[in-house]
Design a protein around this ligand. Structure first.
Ligand code: ADP
Length: 512
């Protein structure tokens, strides 16, 4: 395979995205952009991150300074001014630049408030994409690959392939678009095409238009040199109508340029051996005592009955249909008010910040009815998220679709056995405790096919039975999961390979 340069040569990667932990995060996308760059740097590469300067940036406790660099870009019929701030990712080795434009970004939410998306999201992110290009010029950044993430950065590959084409600074830059979730596509009415500054000629079904609307994810999918998703299984699934969210045709047409790389875990943050939120730190050799301490602490904190013997079931995530929260609620309702207290004697802890308020209300209602068995916290809390991961015996993720999923990976590290619907990244990372997998000592959790409450209940019963009656099997599943390496170093190596292959497409053009 042709290589554009020596494999040992460092790459200059510009990662552009709408979230990066710990500066601003609503979900897994933020975890990825917060951690992948440092893993790339550890491998000897030179990443730089670009992010909007949201209000959250000032609240996150890391220092950010003015660069004094200002710019103006055209957005529709206006010229909009912005400036660049500078900080570093944790570890202080990777620079992160923030695009400041207070009217667009100094707001309470990242994309929405009270579950209602900002009306001007197209304008805000068109500006951000143009600002990334200005940042390359103003900072004189050497860039081999622009690594775009989700629809918020979907215009960058289009600008590279259209108005920047042939310009000396840009012509050798390759673009990669990572899809973190097909459900969010950045769809806007057609007049927003004017905000992009691109010719109306691109507003057609092969390029920027989908079902009558401007679609910024599709734009990125069409123009990027390569595409990846955050798991190999999801990369396959989204090429089918069931999972492609109406873009399966576009994705299939690019199947030769589409692959999957499982996200990593930041083990400096998500690791029971160093976790500052736990009463007792632990690893695979001290898991029993460490989890017992966390369980007692969580039960006491949330007002549940403090009991070591009862299986504690944890749930953390956005309260949305995607995550199968309704399936969990159905089983909870049945088990919490059960006539069969022995079999269904479990405790439930749910932490869900963003999402559908009705699901939050239902959970809160159940917790009120069964305060000793159900605890629901409808808020965002890093501290509780860590404690729940450590305290729970099992972690539920019956997602209808799951591009990668991070909480099942955290669960594995914390000795908390994941119970998952076998789709997307969940299928790639959790090995079901079937007889064969137990025998070969490869099982790490319990999984099922078909997202129904009945299947979830069946699987939960199966897991509870092992928990209660076969503790040595339980310990084996726990140990296998804890010892598996899901660190970012592994994913970062895959990304480096992908960057190199993507670059060779641009710099060593293949025969048509
Ligand atoms: P998604 O990106 O689809 O929301 P992921 O599993 O990929 O789901 O990532 C979710 C991330 O957000 C995890 O780091 C999880 O711990 C975190 N998270 C979700 N809800 C909350 C919450 N209420 N409080 C704290 N962290 C949360």
């Amino acid at each position: 395979m042709p290589k554009f340069r020596e494999a040992a040569e460092p790459l200059h990667i510009l990662l552009a995205g709408s979230e990066a932990f710990p500066f601003a995060k609503t979900g897994g996308l933020g975890d990825v952009i917060g951690a992948l760059p440092s893993a790339l740097e550890r491998l000897g590469h030179q990443p730089v991150v670009l992010l909007p300067a949201y209000r959250d940036i000032r609240r996150c406790g890391r220092s950010v300074e003015e660069t004094g660099l200002r710019f103006t870009v055209p957005i529709g019929n206006k010229n909009v001014a912005g400036s660049l701030l500078r900080g570093t990712l944790p570890g202080d080795r990777v620079p992160i630049y923030f695009v400041r434009q207070d009217e667009y970004f100094d707001r309470e939410g990242l994309y929405a408030e009270k579950n209602v998306g900002y009306q001007d999201n197209c304008e805000r992110f068109a500006f951000f994409n143009r600002a990334v290009i200005e940042a390359i010029r103003l900072l004189d950044l050497p860039v081999d690959v622009i690594h775009c993430n989700d629809w918020h950065t979907g215009l960058l590959p289009a600008y590279l392939k259209t108005e920047l084409r042939g310009l000396p600074r840009f012509e050798r830059i390759a673009s990669l678009l990572t899809i973190h979730n097909m459900e969010h596509q950045g769809e806007f009415w057609h007049w927003d095409m004017l905000l992009t500054g691109l010719d109306w000629g691109y507003f057609n079904w092969r390029q920027m238009e989908a079902y009558g609307k401007l679609n910024l994810l599709k734009t990125g999918l069409v123009f990027a040199d390569a595409i990846n998703t955050v798991s190999p299984r999801y990369a396959q699934e989204i090429q089918t109508p069931d999972f492609g969210c109406r873009l399966d045709g576009v994705l299939s047409s690019r199947s030769n340029d589409l692959e999957g790389i499982i996200n990593g875990v930041d083990y400096d943050v998500w690791n029971p051996a160093v976790d500052r939120f736990l009463p007792v730190k632990y690893d695979a050799t001290t898991v029993v005592a460490g989890k017992a301490a966390a369980k007692a602490a969580l039960q006491a904190k949330l007002g549940l009955e403090v009991r070591a013997d009862v299986p504690l079931l944890g749930v953390i995530g956005r309260l949305v249909e995607q995550k199968g929260v309704d399936l969990i609620l159905a089983v909870m309702r049945e088990w919490a008010g059960t006539a069969n207290p022995d079999q269904h004697d479990v405790q439930w802890v749910v932490l869900g910040g963003d999402g559908d308020p009705r699901l939050g209300d239902e959970l809160a209602q159940l917790a009120k009815q069964h305060p000793q068995r159900v605890a629901a916290r409808i808020e965002k809390s890093e501290e509780l998220a860590h404690l729940i991961e450590a305290a729970s015996d099992m972690f539920l993720m019956p997602s209808r679709f799951e591009p990668c999923g991070l909480n099942q990976l955290y669960s594995l590290k914390y000795g908390t056995i994941p119970i998952v619907h076998s789709v997307g990244g969940l299928a790639n990372t959790v090995v079901d405790a079937s007889r064969d997998n137990l025998r070969s000592e490869s099982a790490t959790g319990f999984s099922f096919l078909g997202p129904t409450a009945a299947r979830l209940e069946e699987t939960l019963s199966r897991a509870c039975e092992v928990y209660r009656k076969r503790p040595s099997e339980w310990a084996q599943i726990q140990q296998t999961g804890m010892l598996h390496d899901w660190s970012w170093d592994r994913s970062a190596r895959d990304y480096v390979e992908l960057y190199r292959r993507t670059l060779s497409k641009v710099r060593e053009p293949q025969p048509a």
